[in-house]
Design a binder for this molecule. Structure first.
Ligand code: KG4
Ligand code: ZN
Length: 353
């Protein structure tokens, strides 16, 4: 790495993870994660089978200060040593976002450091630069609990939307599938675990959007099909592992078909390909799924792409990705945000291409 490196404190509170991290580096990466701590509120929300916003914001408030102190001490630094403070400013549950952003504003003001109000999706999108030094342009498959999109990324502010879900996000589909099958919350890892012991060809479930024009996704029909299967199975006819494996196989086939379509759109859009060929970056919590990762790797091989998938703990929500988004901003020579910056419940990454 040549030139100046930037050290940034990151704060993430947009959903049910309270997280703080310190990252050092320079775009395009890779960066160095000096500390990265995540407190998952899973136990607090588990009795409700999903995230309860009021419980989430209170839990963030209780623990965030301690998390920040620990992130700095784990990194062996004080606030005076960082070049900026980055916090998720949206999209997400507004109460939680307010807790994180307000804390960041107070720290920025007190320490005289720039505040960076980061788009959570930008954090996911740029993680593969922090981990692998991926250069622009790349095709991004963003698959999380709230989002499911294929985006061409030409630069830190150049996002071109090729497709998105017309109903449920893929992580949401995993969470609902888990509920239907009586598996624990959070659903994604539970379904993946059960699927390992099941037969993916046991039940015939739909492959939503397969073969359709464009690169949009849909998962609500698949969820309904699974619900009908489970209802019939209440008579004792279905095996949970087989149902989980069949569901996951349907998701994978749909994701592969849509990503193949996204690859064609990306190739039409960007004539200057990355220095090492075309790159597919997979980001967001669902990217932690090993079976999905393997299937996308195989697709990439067939289509002449290479895949870059961050390790699972950097795919699910974390603050290192938020700190890295701050490093990207400072590397690009951009100033910090005003202390009056508002939190945003909705904040799309890209408008349709
Ligand atoms: O990115 P993330 O941590 O939070 C959002 O910004 O949404 O993603 C969480 C989502 C949840 O829906 C969760 O069930 C899903 O990612 N997920 C998985 C796996 N791990 C997390 N889905 C499938 N397989 C997994 N192993
Ligand atoms: Zn996320």
């Amino acid at each position: 790495m040549t030139g100046k490196t930037w050290t940034v404190l990151g704060i993430e509170t947009s959903c049910d993870e309270t997280a703080a991290a310190v990252v050092r580096g320079q775009a395009p990466g890779p960066g160095e994660i000096l500390s990265n701590i995540v407190f998952s509120q899973t136990d607090a929300h588990a009795p409700y089978g999903g995230v309860v916003p009021e419980i989430a914001s209170r839990a963030h408030l209780e623990i965030l200060d301690t998390m920040i102190e620990r992130a700095l001490s784990d990194a062996g630094l004080t606030l005076a040593d960082v070049d900026g403070i980055a916090a998720t400013a949206g999209p997400g549950l507004i109460g939680g976002v307010m807790v994180g952003l307000t804390t960041a504003k107070a720290l920025a003001l007190g320490a005289g450091k720039p505040l960076m109000a980061v788009n959570h999706l930008m954090g996911h999108a740029m993680t593969a630069r922090m981990t692998h030094g991926v250069e622009f342009p790349f095709l991004l498959l963003l698959v999380s609990g709230g989002h499911c999109q294929l985006v061409g990324v030409g630069g830190p502010e150049d996002f071109r939307l090729y497709g998105s879900t017309i109903d449920d996000a893929v992580g949401e589909a995993f969470d609902k599938a888990a509920k239907i099958l009586g598996l624990p919350y959070p659903g994604g890892p539970a379904v993946e675990h059960a699927a390992r012991a099941g037969n993916p060809r046991a039940y015939d479930l739909p492959r939503p959007m397969k073969g359709r024009d464009g690169a949009d996704f849909s998962f609500s029909g698949l969820k309904t099909a699974l619900r009908l299967l489970a209802r019939d199975g209440a008579k004792g006819a279905i095996r949970i592992e087989d149902a989980a494996a069949s569901f996951q196989a349907a998701v994978i086939e749909s994701l592969i078909d849509r990503t193949r379509a996204g690859m064609a759109l990306f190739r039409g859009d960007f004539t200057n390909h990355g220095p090492r060929g075309d790159v597919l970056v997979v980001a967001g919590g669902v990217a932690a799924n090993q079976a999905i990762g393997a299937a996308l790797g195989k697709l990439a091989g067939e289509e002449g792409f290479v895949t870059r998938i961050p390790p699972p703990r950097l795919c699910t929500d974390n603050a290192a990705m938020i700190a890295w988004a701050g490093v990207e901003r400072l590397s690009a020579g951009r100033a910090g945000d005003a202390l009056g910056t508002s939190p945003r419940a909705r904040w799309p990454l890209a408008a349709p291409a």
